[in-house]
Design a protein around this ligand. Structure first.
Ligand code: SAM
Length: 227
């Protein structure tokens, strides 16, 4: 998978080189390029924003700069992801869908966001027939200062679903938000006693059938309590 992320703060996305994602890039499973949006400006001040038509607070990101940035990497198999708190909620199902795609472009907004004509332009029939799709995505019902953290959340959730990224892929099947929509049971490790609290007896029994039943019941209780 190829990932291109555009931001006015490229350093913000530096952690994408760490941990499992760093290893996935070394193995060639995913190739991530982080681009400085300001390198697509054409004035001496590297301007990326201007005042909103219709008035109001804040600044809006210029369509021309975003158009040049996206055009520089666009392919016929591209999915353009516009991060916005007004977007479709990002869930594990959405992550699964994106993990099957071959080219993701992340557009990190700042200020009041990106001029909406950027979305409209790439949603037009000309791009649709080429196979290019635009997605407005929100990572949750709150407002961040920019799309960089949202990009990191999405890239991590998407890429860990790709074959070869996790050391033990079977851990994907039993975790929270799997196909059955459950949350995971509570986990325990050594020692068997910690600050007066014992590990549930059943987990020390070696009876895998009973352990599976207990875990399922705990997962249901946890889901009822928290969700
Ligand atoms: N004026 C916008 C609104 O009310 O919808 C909020 C703009 S926000 C301050 C600046 C940028 O942060 C957005 O363009 C977007 O890229 C990003 N952002 C903020 N919250 C987000 C969220 N929940 N999910 C995804 N991106 C978010």
């Amino acid at each position: 998978m190829k990932i291109d992320a555009f931001t006015i703060f490229p350093d913000y996305l530096a952690p994408l080189k760490l941990s499992l994602l760093g290893k996935a890039q070394e193995k060639g499973i995913v190739d991530i390029s982080i681009h400085d949006l300001r390198s697509f400006t054409s004035d001496n001040h590297n301007t990326v924003d201007d005042t909103p038509y219709g008035g109001g607070a804040g600044m809006v990101m210029l369509p021309e700069v975003w158009g040049k940035a996206i055009d520089s990497v666009l392919r016929d198999d591209s999915d353009i992801i516009v991060l916005t708190p007004a977007g479709v909620p990002f869930t594990q199902r959405v992550a699964e869908e994106f993990s099957q795609r071959s080219h993701l472009i992340f557009a990190c907004g700042r200020y009041e966001g990106i001029d909406d004509r950027v979305r409209q332009h790439y949603e037009s029939d000309e791009y649709k027939t080429r196979g290019i799709r635009v997605h407005e995505i929100s990572i949750g019902d709150y407002v961040l200062g920019g799309g960089e953290v949202a990009t990191m959340v999405m890239v991590e959730a998407i890429t860990r679903l790709m074959p070869g990224v996790l050391g033990n892929p079977s851990s994907l099947s039993e975790e929270s938000h799997n196909d059955e929509g459950w949350v995971e049971y509570p986990n325990f490790t050594k020692p068997a006693q910690w600050r007066g609290i014992s590990v549930p007896e059943i987990l020390l029994s070696g009876n895998h059938g009973e352990i599976a039943k207990w875990r399922e019941s705990q997962a249901i209780l946890r889901a009822k309590k928290n969700r």
